[in-house]
Each structure stands twice: as C-alpha cells, then as structure tokens.
Write a protein that binds this ligand. Structure first.
Ligand code: 1HN
Length: 350
C-alpha cells in the first residue's frame, strides 16, 4: 500500500473509532496482540517484604487501634504492580494480622476463603463455626468460605499471622457476600481438638444406623507445624530433593484429596543446606514465607535475600531459582488449584 493510501486508511479508521466510542464499541484488531499473548503477561512484580519491617508498623498500629475496633487489624502486603487492588497477585491477597493479649476479633463469615499461617505467638485461637483451633507457631489454620470465624488471644504475648485470602478471585467473579454474627464470639459448638481428633489422621467418624454420612466440604481446618515439619523431615531422610522445588508436600483436603480449599493451594518445601534448584516457571502466582533457615531466591534475574518469616511473591511465569544457605524451609500458597480446575495450569522446567 502506498504511503498516501495508508494515511487515508488510518484517517478513516480513526474517524470510525471516534464515531463508535460513544456507543462503547471498539475495534478488536487494535488490541488483539495485548489480549492474546504468547505467554502470561502479569502486572504483578516480584517483591520481598522483610518481616521485621512489617512487624514494626503492625505493633504501631496495635498502639492506635484495637482488634475489635478494626474488626481485623491487618497490614496488607500489596503488590506494587497492582496498586490500589489490595492484592499480592492478581488472584490472591496477603496481610499480616496482629491480635494483642486479651483481644478478640469479632465473628463474621464471607464468601472469601482464608488461610492463616502463624508467624509468631502461641496460645491464641481461631474459632471455626464455634470450635477453637489453638495456634502454635507455623501452624496452618483454614477458614473456608462461609464458615463463621472469630479470633482471640488469651495468651500473654502478641500473636501475628499471615492471612492468605482469595479476595481478588471472588471480586473477579462478583460473588461476594458477608455477614457479622450478632455477638462478638461464636458460642462453643465443639471442644478444642475435636476437629483434629475427627479428621486429622486420615480417618473420619462413623455413626451406626446411617447409610451415608455427610461430611462438610473442607472437614479439616488445622494443620499443626509439628506434623507437617516431621513429614518433611522424614521425606528429606528417605528421598532425593526434586531438582526444581526440593522436598515438597502439599496440604490436602481429606474429603477430596485435592487442594485445601476450592481457590487456594498450599504446600511446604525443604531445601537441604547448600542446595540450589534449577530454574522453573509456573502459571500460578505464589506467595512464600520462610519458616527456617536462610538463603535467596532469584526471580527473573533479580536476587532477594531471605531470612526467617520474610514474605516473597513469585508472579506467574517468572523464572525462579532457590538457593539454601542452611536448611531452608518454606511455606507457600497459590492459585494453582483454580488453574488446574480450569485446565490452564502449566510449568516449564529447565
Ligand atoms: C478476614 O475475614 C480476616 O477473618 C482477615 O481474620 C483478613 C481481609 C479481607 C477480608 C476479610 C479474618 C481479611 C478478612
């Protein structure tokens, strides 16, 4: 096409777009390349938060607002590539929550699923549908969607945990509901420990005289550190580390054998001292925290030093390589389960 013909075409197209725009109509051919990309193009960037930094702000907030007044006293870890979205990846949320001795965080329920990974403190609880799960450091506690939950801290030390929720996923689906209970704490339904006793050993209660026992969708809500750490240790004794992820164990929903909740997957990893993984990309957006040891992670060429309880996000399709200085233990959660259900999950391993 000659230059003048091309100019003429461009002018006429621009005119067409101008006339369409007031009717909210747009030409696909101008945006197709940005809509359908050969590989994932996420707005999320790799970031690391130092636990000590966030903790300091959280304790200052603790002097200024009560857990009850705030409803949830949480500092959001917002991805700088997703400004204003309260999101750490396009599909997940992360925050650090503080409950001081003697405080409670009032009972509510919502469509969002949440996990708590206990960063420090011992003896606080989350009550799920009226059953308390008492927290120890590095326990995982779930509040699956639409289950009543309140928190309390009867101990004499502050408790801080990492909250992982599917807020951006539920927002994308416009499917959110929430309500508050008309009292601060849910009345006790079962004594603490009932949940683990009933479902925490790969067993489930039976009742005589019933053909079929209805089990809730996510029957187990407490995964203690002592158990998952022992399982990782046993795995590290008997097996060689996977070259891309080290020794890794996924937390399971015993009712399905799949991810812990419909929208969030969670796992732990152990990298032996001196171990370096090979480069790996995956489509999941993953949030990691360091439970033990020191090391570093390289994400698309950028290196982040890692110390205990630091939080780091590895966005979709960014190449990650982990290095353990001493034995490095990590907890991670991601949107992998959603991608698997939608037949979209992919990895690429070097
Ligand atoms: C929530 O319910 C909790 O229950 C924590 O502790 C963080 C962030 C957004 C929406 C609901 C909690 C939350 C949240």
């Amino acid at each position: 096409m000659s230059e003048s013909l091309a100019n003429d075409q461009n002018a006429q197209l621009a005119n067409l777009y101008d006339q369409m725009r007031p009717s909210h109509l747009y030409p696909l051919w101008e945006v197709l390349g940005a809509l359908v990309t050969p590989t994932p193009q996420t707005d999320a960037v790799a970031v690391r938060w130092s636990y000590a930094d966030v903790r300091e702000y959280l304790m200052r907030a603790g002097d200024l607002i009560s857990a009850e007044q705030a409803e949830r006293r949480v500092i959001i870890l917002e991805n700088p590539g997703l400004e204003g979205q309260s999101a750490i990846t396009p599909r997940l949320y992360a925050g650090l929550q503080l409950v001081l001795p003697g405080e409670i965080a009032p009972c509510h329920r919502h469509s969002q699923s949440a996990l708590r990974f206990i960063m420090e403190g011992d003896g606080a609880y989350t009550a799920v549908d009226g059953e308390k799960a008492f927290m120890k450091q590095y326990d995982l506690i779930l509040t699956p969607n639409w289950r009543w939950h309140d928190h309390g801290n009867p101990s004499d030390r502050p408790v801080i945990w990492l909250d992982g929720l599917d807020i951006p996923t539920i927002r994308a689906l416009d499917a959110q509901f929430a309500e508050r209970l008309d009292q601060p704490s849910h009345p006790e339904t079962f004594p603490a420990g009932t949940n683990r006793a009933s479902f925490g050993r790969g067993l489930r209660p039976l009742q005589a005289g019933s053909q079929r026992i209805e089990t809730v969708r996510e029957p187990l809500f407490h995964y203690p550190y002592a158990e998952w750490r022992a399982a990782l240790a046993a795995m590290a004794q008997s097996d060689r580390p996977d070259p891309h992820i080290g020794h890794a164990l996924e937390f399971l929903n015993p009712a399905t054998g799949g991810a812990v909740m419909p929208t969030i997957s969670a796992h732990v990893r152990l990298l032996p001292a001196g171990f370096e993984t090979r480069l790996r990309r995956s489509t999941e957006g993953a949030i990691f925290t360091v439970v033990e040891g020191r090391g570093e992670v390289e994400i698309d060429g950028e290196v982040f030093a890692l110390a205990e309880r630091d939080v780091v996000v590895v966005p979709s399709w960014k190449a990650a390589r982990w290095r353990a200085t001493d034995t490095l233990v990590l907890f991670a959660y991601s949107d992998r389960v959603v991608q698997e259900k939608l037949c979209l999950y992919r990895e690429s391993c070097e």
